[in-house]
Design a protein around this ligand. Structure first.
Ligand SMILES: [Zn+2]
Length: 57
């Protein structure tokens, strides 16, 4: 296995990590109750996902 020749300084790792930003959550409108919800999630207001009621319990 290839090995790195030098250990990366901590400040270099921190500088690289400072550029790893988390994107804002994509909000979509619920097709059932028209509330703004995060995409690819069950609507917390009415429990619908893709037009069907999703009840886990
Ligand atoms: Zn909804």
């Amino acid at each position: 296995m290839a090995e790195p020749k030098k250990k990366r300084p901590p400040q270099r790792s921190r500088r690289a990590r400072a550029n790893q930003k988390i994107d804002a959550i994509a909000l979509i409108q619920c097709g059932h109750c028209q509330a703004m919800i995060a995409s690819h999630t069950v609507c917390p207001h009415c429990g619908y996902y893709k037009g069907t009621l999703s009840v886990s319990s």
